[in-house]
Structures are given as C-alpha cells and as structure tokens.
Design a protein around this ligand. Structure first.
Ligand code: ATP
Length: 754
C-alpha cells in the first residue's frame, strides 16, 4: 500500500484546490537480486511560512486526527482557510488522500482507496471512504489494520521528533502500541471492553428487575398453588356432594313412590268400603223401616245415634287434621335445622376451652363449681346447636296440643255416648228379639263396617302424614342441594348417578364427614381473586423472559471476556516479540548515528511508573475499577540512552542534536521492524549537523525500501536523496502554491516545472 495522491482545498493556506501526486515504487537500483523495490522519496521544500507544514497537517487531519494541539489550532474550524487581504475565507476545508491498495493492506475489496475528510464552518463534518460516508472509528480501524500509526509516527510534525523522548512513560506506551502493530487488536479490545461494560450494566439492570419481581412472583405462586389446591378440593367436594345428595335424593324418590302407591291404595280401599257402607246403610234403613213399624221411640233413638255418629266423624277428622299439623310442624322444624359454619364452631369451642383453662388458677370449691356450671351451660348450648334435633324433642305448639286434647276428649265422650246408645238400642230391640234378628244383624254389620273404615282411615292418615313428611324432606333436600350444589343440583336430581344406588346410611355418614372436611378446608383457604391467576401468568412470563435475558447476558459476558483474553494474549505475544526486535534495532541505529554508545527500551508496570512519577495514593485508587482485571499490566515504556563516552542515561541531559539523533534512531528502528506504509517527516533533520545529516539521509535511503517517505526539509543532503521535489511558495494573497520539480530536469534546465 502506498500514497498516490493528496488533494487539498480550503485547508489552512491551501485555499485553492491543490493536488500532490506521489510516484509508485520501482525495482531497487542497482537490483539487489532479491526482487526488492524502493519507494521514491518525496521532498517538500520552500521558504518559511509558505505552508509546507500545513501539508503535513492536512495528511494528519485526513487520517482522523482529533488533537487540536497536534493540528496547531485552537478550535476545529481553524483548519479552514481564514481568508487574506486579497481572498475571502473558505466555507469548508477538504482533504482527500488516495492510496493504492492493490496489496489489500487495508482489508477491503478496493484496489484504490480514497479517504476524504470535510469540515464546514457550522461545525458539521464528514468522513468518506470511496465516496461512501463512514464513521471515524471505521477509518481508525482500517488504517490500524494497514499499520498506519496515525497518531504517533506516520506523521512526525515539526519539532515533534523528540516528542517521544519528552513524553510520559504512558504516552510512550501508546506510541509503542502503534509501533508494535497491536493497534487493531487494541481497537477491537477497546470495543469489547465497551461491550463488556454495557453488558455489565444491562446485567445489573436485569438482576435488579429480577430481584424486584421475585418476591411478588413467590407470593403469586403461593396464591396460585392455593387456587389450584382449591380447585382440586372443589372437584372432590362436587363428587362427594353428588354422591351424598344423589344417594339421598334417589332413596327419597323411591320411598315417596312407594308411599304414594300405598296411600292411593288405601284411598281406593276406603272408597270401596264407603260404597259398601252406603249400601249397608240403605239396607239398614230399609230393614229399620220394615221392622220398626210404628216404634217411634226406636226411630228417635236411631236418629240420635246417627247424628252422634256424624258428629263423631267430624271430630275425628279434626283430630286427624290437628295431629297432622303437629307432625308437620315437627318435620319442618327438623328440616330447617342448618349446621353452624365451621369457623363459628371453632370460635365457640375456643370459648369453652378458654373457660376450662380458667379452672387451673382457681382454689376454692365454690369458684370451681361456678366455672364448671358455666362450662356445662356453654358446652350443652354448643352441643344443642351442633346436633340435628330429634323430632320427638321438638316441642309442638301448645295451642295445637290443647286443641288436639279437646278434640280427643270430645271424641272419647262421643264414643262413650254412642256405646251407651248402642246398648240402649240393643236393649230396646231385645224385647222383641226374634222378630228383629235381621235388623240387629244388619246394624252390627254396619257398625263393623264403620269400625273397619275408621281403621282404614287411620292407616290412610298415617300414610298421608308419611307422604307429607317425605314431601317436606324433598323440599328441604332441594333447598340444601340448591344452596350447596347450585346448578349441579338439577343434574343430580334428573340423572340417577350409578354410585348413588344402594348406599347405606353408614357410608353416607362417612361421605358427609368428608364433605364437611372439604368444606372446612375451602373455608381455611378462603376466597382467591381469579385475577391472581392472570397476574401470576403474566409475572411468570416476564420472569422467564428476564431470566432468559440474564442467561444470555451472562453468556455474552463470558464470551466477551474470552475474546478479551484472547486479544490480550495476541497483544502480549506480538508486542513482546516486536518490542524486543525494535529494542535491538534501536541500539543498532543509535550506534550507527552516534558512532557508538548504547540505548535501551524498558517496559514498565503500574508500580514502576508510579515509582518513576511518584504518583500519590489518591490517583492510584483510580485503577481499582471493577473491570481492571482486564487491564494490560504494562502501562509505560522508559527509554535510556547513553551517547559514546558519556555515562549519563537521563534523556533530559542530552543536547538538542543528541535528542534528535536518538529519536531518529528510534523511529528508524520502528520503521525497520514494523514498516508503516508511509511516513511524513517535517524538518526532523533541522537540528543535525552536516555529518549527521548525511548519516540520516543514508538511513532514509535504506528505509525507503519498505516505506514511502514524504520529507519536509531545508536540508540539502536530505533533498539530494529525494526523487521528487515539491516547492511550496506563498503569493501575496496569503495562499500557498505548489510547484513540482523533477530533480533531473532541475539539474538539466536550471528551471522548475510548475
Ligand atoms: P517553516 O518553514 O517556517 O516551518 P512552513 O512552510 O512550514 O514554514 P506553515 O507552518 O505550513 O509554514 O504555514 C504557516 C502559515 O499558515 C502561517 O503563516 C499561518 O498564518 C498560516 N495559516 C495557518 N492556518 C491558516 C488558516 N486557517 N487560514 C489561513 N492561513 C493559515
């Protein structure tokens, strides 16, 4: 790779568009036999202040230099032509540097690469790479990959040759990083470090979010698992309820069917018997009429008897109605009983336990007696509340009981009366026994029929009560089922579940206990907001997402750390090898330039640098940053130089010329070991005496086999080594002009070609 062209416009004194061409390399003359080439040396000459150094600045600038100091300005727009008496100021500065990249030293496809930097007065600036806009970082990386050390030695400015000697060990370290060719790795390493820091930050954020979300997630998880548990218990409860109520319901349905049938049969039988009774009554009446004749007394007795009998029937039906009412009241009272809620039972048991505990602290018998009485009252009360009442224990309404007693008394009295009447009628008829046999017979049959009907009616009444009881039970069961089973109740009542068949009371009791247990568990779990499930899902999803990110970031962190480690290894390896070679070459060039003496480069650790600079503790603390384990242990470079016949090694004791020679030896060593594609040297030979200038020129000649040199000089010996001379002049307008001078032409014609 080498420079082919420099174009400048509006940059410092180069107000007009100005172009410099550079010659391509040519075979070494005379040939070395190893196919070596030589890069023509370009010298730039001209009077003081004509703008020669501005050309060096232009190259430095287009390569991306950001230091205003190195660009010899105070603000960035100082590089734009500021105008002169005869010429107005420029609106922008532009420098274009073109490279031949046929060897692809810059790892891009182009064989010719033009880098352009442009700056406008409003501060906007741009970098172009073959006309495409790029970032400064891209330019830096590309140049570093082509081994152009833009900051340190590719452009060595006027008076900057001994800059390396006066700079601090850390600044020198940067210079040698350039020189050892590890810059591209360092740029990559820097980017990796930035990524590492960003990843660390992101990881911290994600960790914080995870820490924030975790307690909520745990609480939600607990609630969600309770909700799941609740669901399981509910399913089991529903199954138990379906079993329990289904069994009762279908047993009741069977019982009611039977009871209804028996009742209907009884009613039918009564109906039949009553028909028979009516027939018998008619028969009796007929016989009575036929046989009583004119016996008015008997007729009157029989009428009274029938009337009394009718009355007794009425009273009997009252007795039945009242008995039924009492029975139904009992059934109702029992079916209305509902167990206490479990939590209330627990509270009441606690209350009893509390009272019992008091006994411990009591001394006198009376006190104990009082507490025991209290206990008995409380526990009996609780027991009453808990037990389903026995129908016999339910006290019927006293008004109804009294009514029943009155009706029964009346019925008893009427029965006695009727018995008396029967005897009286029998006695009356007995007087004419033979004649009235048929009548007596008929009347007895009639009475027997009545007694039988009465018996049947009693049975039918019992059945009716039983049926009413079943109906009441049915209503109570429907109420209970609807309350506990809601819409599931209907299904249980319409479809007979297979399990419900043949359930015995014991099994049902066990099922009921299980139901109670399940309900108790549900009461303990309590109600849970179904929204919790949604929130749990969302929170879990977010947690999983963050956790995934956490894993990714942790992996990225490890990957980046590995990359950094690998880069560090590469940097260290290359730096070590190249540094040793530079050290050797430095000594060789030093001896060549000084005609003897010795010199040495030394790598310094943090401690050594601190020792050398006596850095106080506060500044040292700065190093203790989290990612410091990735820092290069070598932080500085020291230079020792002892010219021949001298003992001192300190650089600041060298003369101006000695310093220039030492610097030239060092630059030359670097060029020899790790040649940069091109080097701009601005009056580096200014302080050299004549014999040293000749040595310097010889070294230049040697190094031009591997690097392209552009030299700004006032020195004749140096000019003589040049293949192309550019003359810079400044006209009255304060604008630099360029003359191209071919040396052969100059010697032949004595004139310069413009
Ligand atoms: P020497 O041989 O003395 O080193 P030189 O040829 O290297 O001189 P330069 O340093 O390149 O000269 O040029 C300096 C001149 O450029 C100064 O006169 C300075 O005023 C001028 N100059 C610098 N920046 C600008 C600018 N933005 N606009 C116009 N002139 C500028």
């Amino acid at each position: 790779m080498f420079l082919t062209r420099l174009e400048i416009q509006g940059f410092k004194t180069f107000a007009k568009r100005t172009q410099l061409s550079f010659l391509p390399p040519s075979p070494l003359h005379p040939p070395s036999g190893r196919g070596e080439i030589r890069f023509p040396i370009t010298a730039i000459v001209g009077p003081n202040g004509s703008g020669k150094s501005n050309l060096a600045d232009a190259i430095r600038w287009v390569l991306g230099e950001q230091s205003l100091k190195l660009l010899r300005g105070k603000k960035s727009e100082d590089v734009i032509f500021s105008g002169s008496e005869g010429k107005g100021r420029a609106g922008f500065a532009e420098v274009a540097l073109t490279f031949n990249n046929e060897d692809h030293a810059m790892p891009i496809d182009y064989t010719q690469v033009t880098i352009v930097r442009r700056l406008y007065r409003d501060g906007t600036s741009e970098y172009l790479l073959n006309e495409g806009q790029v970032r400064l970082a891209d330019i830096h990386l590309l140049l570093a990959q082509a081994n152009v050390g833009q900051r340190s030695y590719s452009v060595i400015g006027q008076g900057m040759i001994d800059h390396i000697l006066v700079s601090s060990p850390e600044e020198r370290k940067a210079f040698f990083d350039d020189a050892t060719g590890v810059k591209p790795y360092q740029i990559k390493r820097h980017e990796a470090m930035l990524k590492l820091e960003r990843t660390h930050e992101n990881l911290k954020d994600v960790e914080m979010l995870l820490r924030e979300i975790e307690p909520r997630l745990r609480s939600l998880k607990r609630q969600a698992s309770r909700l799941e548990q609740r669901g399981e218990i509910e399913t089991e409860l529903h199954r138990l309820e379906a079993d329990y109520y289904g069994a009762q319901w279908w047993e009741l349905v069977g019982q009611m069917k039977q009871s209804k049938e028996r009742f209907e049969q009884a009613v039918q039988k009564i109906k039949d018997e009553r028909n028979e009774l009516t027939r018998l009554e008619k028969e009796t009446e007929r016989v009575e009429k036929a046989e009583s004749g004119e016996d008015t007394e008997l007729v009157a007795m029989q009428e009274t008897y029938r009337a009394t009998q009718k009355k007794r029937e009425e009273i009997r039906s009252h007795v039945f109605e009242t008995e039924k009412a009492i029975e139904m009241a009992r059934v109702k009272a029992q079916s209305n009983w509902a167990p206490l809620p479990l939590l209330q039972i627990i509270a009441e048991v606690d209350e009893v336990v509390k009272v019992a505990k008091v006994v411990k602290g009591l001394k006198t018998v009376e006190e104990i007696q009082t507490i025991i009485d209290d206990l008995l009252v409380k526990s009996t009360g609780l027991r009453k509340k808990l037990e389903r009442p026995n129908p016999e224990d339910i006290k019927p309404d006293p008004a109804l009981v009294k009514k029943l007693k009155d009706f029964r008394d009346q019925e008893g009295a009427l029965k006695q009366e009727l018995e008396k009447m029967e005897t009286a009628i029998d006695v009356h008829l007995g007087k004419e026994k033979t004649a009235r046999t048929e009548l007596i017979e008929t009347q007895r049959t009639l009475r027997e029929k009545q007694t039988h009907i009465h018996l049947l009616e009693n049975q039918s009444n019992t059945l009716q009560i039983e049926l009413a009881r079943f109906e009441e039970r049915e209503h109570a069961l429907i109420r209970e089922m609807d309350e506990f089973m809601k819409e599931r109740a209907v299904k249980v009542r319409t479809e007979e579940p297979p399990l419900a068949k043949g359930r015995s009371g014991g099994v049902l009791e066990h099922t009921y206990e299980e139901i109670q247990r399940a309900r108790y568990k549900l009461e303990l779990i309590g109600g849970i907001d179904p929204e919790i499930m949604k929130e749990y899902g969302d929170t879990k999803e977010r947690h999983e997402f963050l956790d995934g990110q956490f894993q990714d970031l942790t992996k990225a962190l490890a990957d980046t750390e590995k990359i950094i480690e690998e880069l560090d290894e590469q940097i260290e390896k290359q730096s070590k090898a190249v540094f040793a070679k530079i050290n050797k070459e430095f000594d060789r060039y030093f001896k060549l330039l000084f005609g003897g003496g010795s010199c040495q480069l030394m790598k310094l650790t943090r401690e050594e640098v601190d020792e050398a600079e006596k850095v106080d503790e506060v500044e040292k603390g700065e190093e203790d940053k989290p990612l410091s384990k990735h820092k290069d242990p070598i932080v500085g470079v020291d230079i020792q130089a002892t010219p021949p016949g001298k003992k001192l090694k300190a650089l600041n004791l060298l003369s101006g010329g000695e310093r220039a020679l030492t610097s030239i030896a060092l630059i030359s060593a670097i060029m020899a070991v790790n040649p940069a594609p091109f080097v701009v040297l601005d009056e580096v030979d200014a302080a050299l005496d004549e014999s040293n200038t000749i040595r310097f020129a010889a070294i230049l000649d040697e190094l031009s086999r591997s690097s392209q040199f552009i030299i700004i000089t006032h020195n004749r010996a140096t000019m003589e080594k040049a293949d192309v001379l550019y003359g810079v002049t400044m006209g009255e307008e304060g604008v630099s002009n360029l003359l191209s001078v071919h040396l052969e032409e100059l010697t032949q014609n004595g004139t310069a070609r413009r």
